[in-house]
Design a protein around this ligand. Structure first.
Ligand code: UN1
Length: 506
């Protein structure tokens, strides 16, 4: 029986006002419909924001450690359901089981980390400059948070946003990507089971332009946390700037891995295969450029082509499969159009370059792992995010040249350097313009208790993961308590107010 899903608003399963729906299909088997979901519009968003607003006061008054207890319980339920959720996720978005299990684990890690932060969320205390006066700052809840999440990490990324928001005391209107509404519905079901009160987490399914933008535009949504394309991020930022709404934007990337001539080449090769073709290249942190030292360039490209052409494509539910499909038809078409541009602009196609359609693959959006060599910095495939299994290889003559090539992009999320030279490694750490730099490890592999985010057009300066996420989802309140029983004026009574005299007042 095909499952029909509903929105959850104010603790009630709710039909959309328009009655419209959309199908969610398996990208590895396009005949298979995974579920039917409501296609909501701005009116459904209004109802969800009202519910979240009503629930806010009481939720904000729960002690943060107790809010953390609920999030911890959600983590426990995810542990018990890990394999089942991973399977559902593979069916709805295609990445292989090994990775969907990792995605659920990332949600579990975020739950436990966020829960523990409920007992920290530190403010600062500092000595006052005046006698008998006390100063401190503390984090306080903000209000209704809009959460708009992508399809490539259907569990991990929503939890990066929702768990810290909940522990911070905010209430939520959640719009998941329409390619992965099933995993999102499961997450919300788990939160309800864990004891999140009615109205604290609301989910509204549907498209970005109708539902996502209605959330961003809503006057009662105080915060928006968005992960997706730079193009949409700029639109959100433009709308939000009109009301000075706070937005956290996690956007595109064009991440590179540098391989120096002294590197452990087998290790670098494992790193590039995982970084470029894991999740079929559909990560913000995917390695889409490889910068190789000229002394080992030919050899390394050969080694890479040999290994990449042996990667096994297929339905991710088969444990022997290494690379799943692209998420949908449009995504595969976009990947192919970049391949066409790469050929036209003169890059050398080494392997791949076409859809994979043979045998079991014929009913999925598969694309062959693709490598272009002799790519130069001005080529489109060296500059634009492709979000698919396409790797552009460039040649460098020194570490400084390699870093210059790596930095030659409008993005700055992740980066990786393979070298055994400690000086080169530290030069790279210093000079690479990116939010994340890995030494002797691939561009993917972020851990949930560490800051995650990028520079330049990858974002707007906020970080997810770690304690920084709690800065985004809270306001800072500064408190002064004066117990001197008299008027004490900071700056004025502290030091002599006489002109030219900055000595302590006598
Ligand atoms: C993303 O690419 O959208 O480091 C998030 C990683 C994962 C998270 C990636 N832990 O690749």
């Amino acid at each position: 029986m095909l499952k029909a899903f509903r929105n959850l608003i104010g603790g009630k399963e709710t039909e959309t006002l328009s009655g419209r729906t959309f199908e969610n299909r398996n990208p590895a088997e396009w005949d298979e419909v995974v579920g039917i979901f409501p296609k909501s519009d701005a009116r459904d968003v209004d109802a969800a924001v009202d519910a979240a607003k009503q629930a806010f006061r009481e939720w904000s008054l729960y002690p943060a450690p107790r809010r953390g207890d609920i999030v911890k319980k959600a983590g426990d339920i995810m542990v018990a359901r890990k394999d089942e959720i991973a399977r559902e996720m593979t069916q709805e978005m295609g990445k292989v089981l090994l990775e969907t299990r990792g995605d659920v684990q990332e949600g579990i890690d975020t739950a436990y980390y966020s829960a523990s932060e409920g007992r920290r969320m530190f403010g600062v205390t500092a000595p006052s400059e005046l006698k008998d006066k006390f100063t401190m700052s503390m984090k306080v809840p903000v209000g209704v948070a809009g959460v708009i999440s992508p399809w490539n990490f259907p569990m991990a990324i929503p939890t990066w946003k929702i768990f810290p928001a909940l522990v911070s005391g905010d209430t939520i209107v959640f719009k998941p990507a329409s390619d992965t509404p099933g995993t999102a519905a499961t997450l919300v079901e788990i939160l309800v089971e864990a004891g999140v009160p009615d109205g604290v987490v609301n989910i509204v399914h549907g498209g970005g332009s109708e539902v996502g933008m209605a959330i961003v535009e809503h006057k009662d949504v105080e915060l928006v946390s968005f992960t997706g394309s730079t193009e949409v991020g700029k639109k959100i930022s433009g709308i939000a700037s009109k009301s000075l709404k706070r937005v956290s934007l996690e956007l595109g990337g064009k991440n590179a891995e540098i391989v120096m001539d002294d590197a452990n080449l087998d290790l670098a090769l494992d790193g590039i295969l995982w970084g470029a073709f894991g999740t079929t290249g559909q990560r913000c942190t995917a390695t889409s450029r490889l910068i190789v030292h000229e002394k080992i360039y030919e050899k390394f490209v050969d080694m890479l082509a040999e290994r990449a052409s042996r990667l096994k494509l297929g339905n991710g539910l088969d444990e022997s499969v290494e690379v799943g499909p692209c998420v949908n038809e449009a995504q595969r078409a976009k990947v192919h159009s970049y391949v066409e541009i790469g050929k036209e602009e003169g890059a050398k196609l080494v392997i791949g370059g076409e859809a994979a359609t043979g045998g079991d693959l014929k009913k999925g959006w598969f694309y062959k792992p693709t490598i272009f060599a002799d790519v130069t910095p001005e080529m489109t495939i060296a500059r634009e995010e492709i979000f698919g299994p396409v790797l552009s290889v460039m040649k460098a003559h020194s570490i400084d040249h390699a870093i210059e090539l790596l930095n030659g992009t409008i993005y700055g999320l992740s980066s990786a350097v393979y070298t055994r030279d400690i000086n080169d490694a530290f030069r790279a750490i210093r000079d690479i313009k990116a939010g994340i730099t890995y030494i002797n490890a691939p561009t993917i592999g972020a851990e949930t208790h560490m800051p995650f985010g990028g520079v330049k057009q990858t974002g707007n300066g906020h970080r997810e993961g770690g304690a920084g996420a709690f800065d985004f989802f809270t306001e800072t309140k500064t408190v002064y308590v004066d117990y001197s029983d008299k008027l004490q004026r900071a700056q004025i009574d502290t030091y002599s107010a006489k002109p030219g005299n900055n000595r302590k007042k006598d």
